[in-house]
Design a protein around this ligand. Sequence first.
Ligand code: FES
Length: 179
Amino acid sequence: MSGPGKDGDHRPPGGCRDCEKPCDESDGQPGLPVTPGLSRRRFVDWILGVSGAGFMAAVLYPVVRFLVPPTIAEAAVNSVVVPFRPADMPPNSGRTFKFGSQPGLLVRTASGELRAFSGRCTHLDCTVQYRDDLEHIWCACHNGHYDLNGVNISGPPPTPLPVYTVNERGDQIVVNRNV
Ligand code: FES
């Protein structure tokens, strides 16, 4: 039963529908229990707000995880077997290979010696290549030049290329980072 008499309950006999007094505890349906301080409408609004926020988080979280790269660094690679054989490297030639996640450059000098370098230009990280017409290493991005010791000899590269150790093991070429 509704109506006056209970503490704080001002509803008329007809319920909230007949009431003109401002009230934030009613949802306009007479006869239903009212929880002091939290109307059904507020409760439903709160549930909808929480559900909406949960839905948006469920949608956005995978998108953000996809767009933001993980902060875990790749494990450093110190040694690789290049994917070609010594016979694939004639004198005065060069080939790039993957050294972990970075490029490497393997060079067979005109005298037949194998040498390996980081393939990343020390200027702005472009991948360098071997120029058989110049018999040295060249970066196409800004015309940077390195000699066959990896030393920067012309153009914008500020420092030499890191040099790796090369070993031929039978039919394999093994390149090691110098540590
Ligand atoms: S990135 Fe190689 S010369 Fe600029």
